[in-house]
Design a protein around this ligand. Structure first.
Ligand code: S5P
Length: 474
């Protein structure tokens, strides 16, 4: 992993300047995955240092082999946008720009700029770990008709991105590898050799192991019995589809559940949108769940203090923990919410699993926008593995392979709605972002034939999972 050649003077100067502005730090940091890392790299700060930006641009350009030619540059948002801009100003090569949030109105374009179909685009990225974020820019460029075969990267964490992007037909040209950075900082007495050794050991032990294992292989490590059952059920039934049954009457709900039942692993309900909900609705849903072998997930999104959620989960009109297999909770109230849900679950005397909302799909949501939110939510969740088995999240891998990621905002063709929903395709969610379960609402229940639509989503989600297991696309 740490084999790399000696660096030029410009590369060495770049390393020292990155350390000067604290873009590279040593200590103990909680990563988004919940893992403690002795190394923290945050290159966003570079935007405030124009001299450094221009050194980054010239070093990125100098690190490209002569054979790499391109007609446009496209930075991966956001950190690499100024890098691509500086490279464009240096070379006079035009830029394209990818939107992170696709507009729900107007043109719905995800790539802005003067796109030339068949034009070769060089993607620019600040940091690669698994390569997932690079593919989130490569894929829309390819969808728009551009040819993308190369990415210029400032820093490679050397945790597997090169191999994985190669399997997607993208060659990585990194100006710096993390091991070279460590070498320079030790030689210049900026970092203690013992700290550098720690970081090397950490990197070796944490090779971005994209969860390429099968669901069943992961089930044994899942302490919550519902989570383990879900993983096994998905492999047995060959489906990673959850239908969001957002209908408004009990009759519609039961009709939809019966129609999609053979294709799904999970039926997700919003009981409080059903105008005529009774205990009989829950009983009928349970019968259908048992008949077709799927789990019931009541998406109540608890968000209150422990004492209140005990009553909300156990009582009221819906008595959720009496019939749901899966419930979910926001992390905002702190660990007390999990303690409250535990009380409600234990008094119901049934097996129930909890998902923590670590990220959301809606534009501008604070869970995704605030840098520390997702790691804090993951850290809270992983302390109670017998109760919490995973996350509502836009990506997989949060909390490690013993956690399940379920992702809403899924629709063939992507796009969004007028109220902030942002969609990704099943392939992107399971294949590129590494999530485990796709949650599809309107794409299925609004279709003319919901059963046929469910079959189509099931096949797309499953094909992406099979490719992921083979390591074809990550
Ligand atoms: O961040 C989220 C979390 C959830 S659970 N974004 C979401 O859209 N959801 C739910 O997923 C939402 O409440 C709805 O039930 C479903 C998405 O429905 P669709 O019609 O947009 O596919």
């Amino acid at each position: 992993m740490c084999s790399a050649g000696p660096l030029s003077a410009a590369h060495r100067a770049l390393v020292l300047q990155l350390a000067d502005v604290e873009a590279i730090k040593f200590g103990s940091f909680t990563l988004k995955s919940g893992i403690q890392s002795p190394l923290y790299i945050d290159l966003r700060v570079t935007v405030s240092y124009p001299q450094l930006l221009s050194l980054i641009a010239s070093t990125l350009l100098a690190s490209l082999p002569q054979s790499v030619t391109y007609e446009a540059l496209c930075g991966v948002p956001y950190t690499a946008l100024p890098f691509a801009t500086a490279m464009s100003l240096d070379t006079k090569v035009p830029m394209l720009m990818r939107r992170k949030e696709v507009k729900a109105y107007g043109t719905k374009k995800s790539i802005e700029g003067a796109i030339k179909p068949g034009g070769v685009v060089l993607v620019v990225e600040d940091l690669v770990t698994s390569g997932g974020s690079v593919m989130e820019t490569v894929q829309p460029l390819r969808d728009a008709g551009c040819v993308v075969t190369d990415v210029a990267v400032l820093l490679d964490r050397q945790q597997g991105a090169v191999e994985r992007l190669a399997s997607d037909g993208v060659a990585v040209h990194a100006a710096l590898g993390v091991c070279q950075v460590l070498d320079v900082l030790v030689e210049e007495a900026r970092v203690d050799p013992a700290v550098a050794a720690d970081v090397r050991a950490f990197l070796a032990a944490n090779q971005a192991a994209p969860v390429t294992k099968t669901y069943t292989a992961r089930a044994a490590g899942v302490k919550n019995s519902v989570g383990a059952r879900l993983l096994r059920l998905m492999d047995t039934k060959r489906t990673n589809l959850s239908v969001a049954a957002d209908v408004t009457t009990a009759a519609e709900l039961l009709r939809l559940a019966a129609a999609v039942g053979p294709h799904i692993a999970v039926l997700k309900t919003h009981a409080d949108t059903v105008s005529d909900w009774t205990d009989d609705t829950a009983t009928a849903l349970r019968l259908l769940a048992d008949e077709h072998d799927f789990l019931l997930f009541e998406d109540r999104k608890f968000a209150d203090i422990g004492n209140t959620v005990v009553a909300q989960a156990g009582g009221g009109l819906h008595k959720i923990v009496n019939w749901a297999d899966i419930i979910n909770a926001h992390a905002v109230p702190g660990p007390g919410i999990l303690s409250g849900l535990r009380v409600a679950v234990e008094s119901a005397g049934r097996s129930v699993g909890v998902l923590v909302l670590a990220q959301m799909s809606s534009a501008g949501n604070l869970a995704t926008a605030l840098p520390g939110y997702t790691p804090a939510a993951v850290a809270m969740a992983v302390t109670e593995p017998d109760l919490v088995f995973g996350f509502i999240a836009m990506e997989g891998g949060l909390g490690g392979e013993a956690c399940v990621s379920m992702t809403p905002g899924v629709k063939m063709g992507g796009g969004g709605d007028a109220l902030g929903q942002q969609y990704a395709t099943p392939d992107r969610v399971v294949g590129t972002a590494g999530s485990d379960v796709i949650i599809v609402g309107r794409g299925i229940y609004k279709a003319d034939d919901p059963a046929a639509a469910a079959k189509e989503y099931r096949e797309a989600g499953w094909a992406a999972y099979e490719r992921r297991c083979r390591g074809d696309q990550l």
